[in-house]
Design a protein around this ligand. Sequence first.
Ligand code: SF4
Length: 364
Amino acid sequence: MASQEKIMSFPHMGNYHIPIEFLIRHVLENIQVLTPPQITKKTLELGAKYSPDFVCVPFKYNLGNYLEALEQGANILVQSGGGCRFGYYGEIQEQILRDLGYEFEFISIIDNQNVNPLAFFNRFKRLNPQLSFVRFAYYFQLTFKMIEAMDSIDHYIRDHIGFALQEGSFELLHEEFLKELPAVDGFRSLDKIYRKYDALFRRQEVNKPENPLRVGIVGELYTLMEPFSSCYIEKELAKKGIQVTRFITISYLLRHHPKSSDLLEWAGNYLKYEIGADGTDSVARARMLAEAGYDGVIHIKPFGCTPEVNSMPMIQNISSDYKMPVLYFSFDAQTSETGVLTRLEAFHDMLMMRREKEQWQNVI
Ligand code: SF4
């Protein structure tokens, strides 16, 4: 590969390909970056076809992304990391791709044991020996700010999109916001874009009732952050006029994640010990949502995700004690979108009936 042009690619997760591409473009100027094609059914079919049966669905999506990127000319693939068995998936994915005859470099930039900026710098420096720490630190922080800006806008959208007066207005504005991000050339320009869109979103006309239906979504991080993998569940809830709350985002995981002791305290008597990956978070947040009087919680996970399976009995106890309905979804390559929509419809009807019953009880 020495004389060949280097083309780097990485797996998708929501809209985070924008900051990832931004960082690679600015710190690895000697390498071209190729964002894989948007996830489609074909991506999942490809990934599932070559994955072992027992792996969870994020593995299959990532493998599909790698295959599509390799077909488009990528020759360096970035291994994704994760706090669970995902940390071991890279080696299997590499072997599968090599067995299929692809030639590429497989690199690990994310190390779950060592997430400090210096460790990141050393990995990037190996790929671009000309890279200075000052340049890296600048773009690393700027990328992180970009992620925070995206997450903050997303948070506002989740709160309000279900009540937009003009159909599609939030989606259109969101697309425009994302399109402007790659042109950011410093903190000031990022701040200007963020403020502009923050103001524009707040100016969007909404008809939000004083006490709207509120549903919290908890569960495993990939299915929470990659909308395709959960059949666009948040969008479907918004269509029904529901305010959606979700805690897990990249900025939450990297900078704003509560300490384990805090999560266990919020989980109260429902959980004594950590249960790995996002499981502890799911229990703690479900209880917080119940305490806050949410109408319901949706728990989502890839099929066979052990930490989330472990969290389910506790979430069920919270559900019974607080009389708060919980809907559970497991996603895999064969999940039927129609089945998901039907169950969501029934969940929504049930929440509406509970509200109506409460109103009658108050009148009587
Ligand atoms: S957290 Fe769940 S989905 Fe993610 S790697 Fe672990 S088992 Fe798989």
